[in-house]
Design a binder for this molecule. Structure first.
Ligand code: CAA
Length: 396
């Protein structure tokens, strides 16, 4: 598909197709997700019904070709939809992002034809949920130090997997999971292999569910493997290529999280503008005070800068299908800036709202809690800075 985010006059204009997906996602998010977001945040229950409806709308496999159950659209379409869904509820946003980027993109890029038919199609069409599992209790940012082991059996037909993984988004509900395990520990990074896990096979168990500060309706858990037998056909890519596959998939994932952060920031910003117009103090709307105006100006500017970095990363990802070039730098910059913007903007939004911003009567405190995770998962802000600096200094 041609890149159709085109300069028009002095502004970037979306194509009719992009406007259409933005409208579909916005309508669904505002009519179906926004009204239930507070209830699901409170209970921490997984929002099955709306997630299944998102699948029917094509939002769970936006960039996957139609032949594999997806919507056959591009990365700009994906970030536009991610922003709209996350603006209504960041928990729905991360479920969508992990399904689209960490599962579907991984299968699309590294899967065999058979794997795409068997595993990608049901996840991209939203019939079942997909997940990705890299992190372990003692291996987070330093992902190459994982302990989970996969040993090829004597017949050479199956890998026997044992280990414990943590912080798996959609871990409690996923049917299929992209998993990383050590096949040759002495080779460190180069001894890691990627697998597609079917959670209905014996040897797989779901562990402790994390009680979280934010994105509470998204389910996050440990997953446990005890002599799980993965057929060799379920290896994703080649044995030993797992670390590069994990990092390549995370480049795509970071664009999704950046768009999630943008949606959270937008929601907090719009509420703040409205409040600054309506709330009176000292006989005037608080928006007439320069200290509030400064916040509004900086919030808006940082949000629009995030948007540009996200579109830039999305375009780089689209080009990479043709050139094969990595978009690690663009994705890291978008994720770093958008997530820190979301945290900063939601902090200002609470401040502008004062006491009511701290109350559960409004969603402002939820935006504030939800924003924090965008600076942590799929690579902390510190990791994004390492990635950016190494790239610029030619250290990698
Ligand atoms: N694409 C392709 N290859 C890459 C790559 C990328 N983006 N990044 C690194 N590589 C390759 C390198 O080229 C190198 O290859 P060679 O061995 O052939 O030279 C190899 O991988 C090792 O690279 P490094 O030496 O740079 O590896 P490192 O150990 O120094 O780690 C890191 C680099 C950037 C810190 C990396 O470990 C990292 O990104 N860590 C963060 C992990 C992370 O984001 N975890 C989140 C998990 S998902 C999640 O949050 C849960 C969820 O469900 C949402």
């Amino acid at each position: 598909m041609a890149v159709d985010l085109v300069p028009s006059g002095m502004s970037l204009t979306l194509s009719p197709e992009h406007e259409m997906i933005q409208q579909v996602a916005r309508k669904f998010a505002q009519e179906k997700i926004a009204p239930i977001a507070a209830k699901f945040d409170e209970s921490g229950e997984f929002p099955y019904e709306t997630v299944m409806e998102m699948g029917k709308l094509g939002l769970m496999g936006i960039e996957v070709p139609e032949e594999y159950g997806g919507a056959g659209m591009d990365t700009i379409a994906y970030v536009l939809a991610m922003e709209e869904i996350s603006k209504a509820d960041a928990a729905h946003g991360v479920i969508m992002s992990v399904n689209n980027s960490l599962f579907c993109h991984g299968l699309l890029k590294f899967g065999t034809e058979e794997q795409k038919q068997k595993y990608l199609a049901p996840v991209a069409s939203g019939q079942v949920v997909g997940a990705y599992s890299l992190t372990e209790p003692m291996s987070g940012s330093d992902a190459g130090t994982m302990k989970s082991r996969a040993v090829l059996n004597e017949a050479g037909t199956h890998y026997i997997i044992n280990g414990r993984k943590s912080w798996v988004t959609s871990g409690p509900v996923a049917r299929y999971i992209v998993l990383f395990a050590m096949t040759e520990p002495e080779k460190k990074h180069k001894g890691i292999t990627a697998f597609i896990i079917d959670t209905e096979r014996p040897g797989f168990e779901r562990g402790k569910v994390e009680p979280k500060l934010g994105i509470r309706a998204s389910a996050t858990s440990e997953i446990l493997f005890e002599d799980y037998e993965a057929p060799v056909e379920d290896v994703l890519g080649k044995p030993g290529e797992g670390f590069k596959i994990a990092m390549t998939i995370l480049d795509a994932g970071r664009i999704g999280i950046a768009a999630q952060a943008l949606g959270i920031a937008e929601a907090a910003y719009e509420a703040s503008v409205q409040y600054a117009r309506e709330r009176y103090a000292f006989g005037q709307p608080i928006g007439s005070f320069q200290m509030i105006q400064q916040k509004i100006a900086d919030m808006k500017t940082r949000i629009e800068a995030s948007r540009m970095l996200i579109y830039n990363a999305a375009l780089a990802k689209m080009r990479s299908w043709e050139t094969g070039e990595r978009y690690t730098l663009e994705a890291a910059m978008a994720k770093l800036f958008a997530s820190e913007t979301a945290m900063w903007v939601t902090t200002q939004a609470v401040q502008i709202h004062g006491g009511i911003g701290y109350s559960k009567e409004l969603p402002i405190e939820r935006y504030f809690r939800d924003a924090k995770i965008t600076e942590i998962y799929e690579g902390t802000s510190e990791i994004q800075r390492i990635v950016i600096a190494r790239n610029q200094l030619g250290l990698r």
